[in-house]
Design a protein around this ligand. Structure first.
Ligand code: ADP
Ligand code: MG
Length: 697
């Protein structure tokens, strides 16, 4: 942005040095640009005033003008609350404060007129609002209502009396002087074609709308801008690669044929065959492959990866496979090694816990070309890991890794970038795929291997635990094994473990004499592995675990998955966990345990799980409920950093933005046309801020 927008925030009217420091620390707002781009996440309609007689409990909030009739301190020490009776011409209600009581005792003047705003609740024969927003009625707020923009804030800021109203005032001050400095970022032709309002209007109407219409126009315009630049970047990346990056040609099939003829453990599904073919086409093409493989849990992605690796090895190159966790890497290693041994292909594993002397051996074998396949975790990214000729990179469970990590693996080969294959753990919705992986070609394994029985999924309340235990006992008697999973409470590892151990003890009591395993994230990989193996061999029958078993565990005889406090898991995670059972010939079950108090969202999550096993459907519901930031756990947040667009709702805008970005880059790859000047200028501006733009332009 121009230097105006680089102005330090403390120079804004209303913001002093001390407040600026709070904005720096709590919200990362340092400059005018930061503030103007600090978008509100919702707007409250203060254009309407209500009468007390009109209010009802299903109102999200009510805004009322009235008088305080009386103020009373109720309850004993420690439980005190301040209760005011509030009256307008139609009826009366209560306003209640549990905090800042002495402040409000002074502030509330009997008989003075106030505007209040808050969520009405029916309680004890009265409507009441707890901690309402309350202002003395003035000429300002009397006549006309307004929209209050709501900004995400922290508790610390609120303690400094910096709330959404304060932020609004500062932003208004800024908007009053910023107008001449706001540059248009969208070509005029696009603005005209899609009736997008100019950028300066959009910013004003988003922060300070006077009507829903203005707000809507502002949002549409800014969402388009955000998605347009997101797509422009990804498409540019993929065009650059397609045009500029040659790839090694792999077309020999010696090992591959041997594998197909003598060692294939089962017939591939049609979906697997199709995807293998798509990959083979890429590897023969002479262009570097960048392909996303989507497939539900259990759809058989691993063998597709192995077959692709054989193509690379047949072509005289090496392959590596990166997984997000040690356990998953281990699992892949064990599976791949079985195949590798049949073919005489050397495979090793490298993780954070690999011993120094093993590492040295691996590093050397990689350089000599003796080692063909390396499986591992993030440890693969280290600079010291160098290959003789890395031809194919497979990234499993990709959406936990960022674009930057993808790039790091690219650079492991000198002459040609390696071909890249990215596999998702579970399907992700189309919009998310477009924004996260818009630079990749897509393949879908949309068919399950034959003979899988549907998993019976039920929801049970904690109160019915004894019945659930009975059921588990019956399954154990049939020789089955059972997982019992406890949630990870991320704020506190200690609590987390306590939870798990309490669970372990109660299971131990309920199932005397049944051998138990326990696995959690704090264990040493060696010990984890030992316990996993015991369970896998059938030496233990019950596996008590945290979500570390989410990925990578393959125990066909385990047919029951009990998920404790299921309300704490996201949908994708529940789906992942459920995918651990249903791998053998027996009927499998998934039991979701919760207590009684469930939010609407939780109910929807659980119902979705009970009703469907379709991962594509589940991911869509997950996106709608949680937004992309939270999908599949914390690791992913920040990956799709969207300020205003909502991937669950804005699919249409995304589609158009993508089409337009594509059209423009095809027509004018270097953005030299006059109409595209705003794009060029905008990219130049953000280039300084972001590394990834530098890489591609
Ligand atoms: P995911 O896609 O979740 O990674 P996996 O590759 O782990 O799935 O495969 C799940 C299970 O299905 C494995 O036990 C695998 O051996 C088996 N499998 C994969 N493809 C087939 C197939 N075509 N026919 C039968 N079983 C298969
Ligand atoms: Mg897998």
């Amino acid at each position: 942005m121009s230097s105006f927008f680089e102005t330090k925030i403390e120079l804004l009217r209303g913001v002093n040095a001390q407040k600026a420091e709070w904005l720096n620390k709590e919200l990362g707002i340092f400059t005018f640009a930061d503030l103007i781009e600090y978008y509100p996440f919702r707007h409250e309609d203060r254009t309407q005033f209500h009468k007390i007689s009109e209010i009802s409990e299903d109102m999200f909030a009510a805004q009322i003008i009235g008088r305080i009739v009386s103020v009373e301190l109720v309850g004993g020490t420690g439980k005190q609350r301040l209760v005011a009776t509030f009256r307008d011409g139609t009826s009366h209600m209560e306003l209640v404060w549990f905090q800042s009581i002495s402040y409000f005792q002074k502030f509330l003047k009997p008989n003075a007129e106030y505007v209040i705003y808050g969520k009405p609740v029916w309680f004890g024969g009265n409507f009441s609002i707890t901690h309402p927003e309350i202002d003395l009625l003035t000429a300002n707020n009397n006549k006309k209502g307004y929209f209050q923009s709501i900004y995400s804030l922290t508790e610390k800021l609120r303690k400094q009396y910096i709330d959404s109203k304060t932020i609004s005032i500062w932003i208004k001050n800024l908007l009053d002087i910023a107008d001449p400095y706001i540059n248009e970022t969208i070509p005029a032709s696009l603005c005209a074609k899609y009736r997008l309002i100019p950028k300066n209007y959009a910013l004003r109407w988003l922060h300070v709308p006077r009507s829903f219409e203005e707000l809507h126009q502002a949002q549409r315009r800014l969402k388009f801008e955000e998605l347009f630049y997101n797509q422009l970047r990804l498409i540019k990346l993929s065009l650059v690669r397609k045009n500029d990056y040659a790839g090694q040609v792999f077309q020999k099939t010696t090992l591959l044929t041997e594998f197909y003829t003598n060692h294939l453990p089962f017939d591939l599904t049609n979906a697997q065959k199709r995807v293998v073919k798509e990959i083979f086409e890429d590897l023969k093409s002479g262009k570097q492959m960048n392909r996303l493989i989507q497939g539900d849990v259990g759809s058989g992605k691993t063998i597709v990866a192995f077959i692709s690796m054989l193509m690379a090895i047949d072509g005289g190159a090496q392959a590596c496979m990166m997984a997000p966790t040690e356990i998953l890497a281990q699992q892949h290693y064990v599976n791949l090694k079985k195949f590798g041994e049949l073919l005489g292909v050397r495979i090793e594993i490298l993780t954070g816990s690999s011993k120094k002397k093993d590492r040295t051996v691996i590093h050397e074998a990689l350089l000599s070309g003796d080692l063909k396949i390396l499986v591992g975790t993030h440890a693969l990214l280290e600079d010291i890991v160098q290959f003789k000729n890395l031809g194919l990179v497979v990234i499993d469970e990709q959406h936990r890794f960022g674009v930057a990590q993808r790039a790091k693996l690219w650079e492991k080969n000198k002459v040609f970038y390696p071909h890249m294959m990215v596999m998702t753990a579970t399907p992700i919705p189309r919009t998310l795929a477009m924004t996260l992986f818009g630079d990749l070609d897509h393949s879908e394994i949309d068919e399950m291997p034959p003979g899988r029985k549907p998993i019976v999924t039920v929801h049970r309340y904690d109160a019915n635990r004894l019945k659930v235990f009975e059921f588990m006992r019956d399954e154990l008697k049939k020789g089955r094994q059972i997982y019992i999973v406890y949630p990870l409470i991320e704020e506190s590892e200690k609590l987390d473990l306590k939870n798990l151990y309490d669970g372990y003890e109660s299971i131990e009591r309920a199932f005397p004499g049944v051998p138990l395993s326990i696995v959690h994230g704090k264990m040493k990989p060696k010990d984890k592995e030992y316990e996993m193996q015991r369970f896998k061999k059938g030496e233990t029958k019950l596996m008590v675990a945290t979500t570390v078993i989410e990925v990578g565990v393959d125990v066909p005889n385990a047919s029951v998955m009990v998920i404790e406090s299921a309300q704490r898991f996201g949908l994708s995670q529940l789906h992942q966990l459920r995918g651990r059972v249903g791998r053998g010939a027996d009927q499998s079950f998934c039991i979701l345990m919760t207590d009684y108090k469930l939010s609407k969202d939780t109910q929807k999550r659980l119902n979705t799980m009970v009703q469907t096993e379709n991962g594509f459907l589940i991911s869509q519901v997950d996106l709608e409920l949680r937004g992309p930031g939270d999908m599949s756990g914390t690791q992913q947040s920040g990956l799709v950093d969207l300020k205003i667009a909502n991937l669950a709702k804005d699919e249409q805008i995304l589609k158009i933005a993508r089409e337009e970005a594509f059209r423009i880059l095809k027509q004018d790859p270097n953005l030299e046309m006059a109409d595209h000047l705003p794009i060029k200028l905008h990219i130049d501006k953000i280039k300084n801020k972001e590394l990834s733009w530098n890489r591609i332009s």
